[in-house]
Ligand binder design. Structure first.
Ligand code: MN
Length: 196
């Protein structure tokens, strides 16, 4: 059994699992070569995309109001939110009430590579988090190649980051329309909401 983690306390405090179908879970440190990332489109009070990276046994999370872009010119605001359990990565469905009420779609899922560890050995994802600078290679079904996530240095709000495509060999992806359907079930938000 993995230990309960302080990192997930906020996640649990915000939710009533008798009323929400969202998964509960503990911090789950896994010895794996390919940690996961997920992007969940979330039609809540404000539509946004939740970007999550498996780091140190949890899913570090950011809400991206405008969604990700495969165009390096488009830098997207990403607001850091509470850590989620790993099990959340495949959660798709309807949160009927309470925090985050609305419909959740698994918009993209896959694995990632820490590109900074390739440049400087032993630069862990936790190091990147502390520094406020990630460079990752995404192997998703929609997003491919290098992406950066950089903490904004100005202002008092340490939760604001910028998420954007790094120019690389995936130039063909630029401006490619990204399908607005679940990569797990092929459903759009309306169909997920209807299925309940
Ligand atoms: Mn959300």
């Amino acid at each position: 059994m993995a230990k309960k983690s302080d990192l997930l306390k906020k996640y649990e405090q915000r939710r009533d699992f008798k009323k929400s179908p969202e998964p509960q879970g503990s911090r789950l440190k896994r010895k794996i070569k390919h940690p996961i990332f997920v992007i969940q489109k979330h039609d809540a009070s404000h539509l946004h995309y939740d970007f999550r990276l498996e780091i140190d046994g949890v899913l570090k999370s950011w809400a991206i109001p405008k969604g990700p872009s495969n165009n390096p010119e488009e830098k997207r605001l990403a607001v850091e939110t509470e850590d989620h359990p790993i099990a959340y990565a495949t959660f798709e469905g309807v949160i009927p009430e309470g925090y985050g009420a609305g419909t959740v779609m698994v918009w993209d899922i896959g694995s990632y590579e820490n590109l900074r560890a390739k440049k400087v050995k032993k630069t862990s994802m936790l190091d990147c988090y502390k520094e406020g600078k990630f460079e990752i290679n995404l192997k998703g079904k929609k997003l491919h190649g290098g992406y950066a996530l950089i903490r904004m240095r100005f202002g008092d709000n340490k939760r604001n980051w910028l998420f954007f495509k790094i120019k690389d060999e995936h130039v063909d992806d630029v401006y490619k329309k990204l399908e607005d359907k679940s990569v797990l079930t092929g459903r759009n938000l309306k169909e997920i909401a209807r299925d309940g």
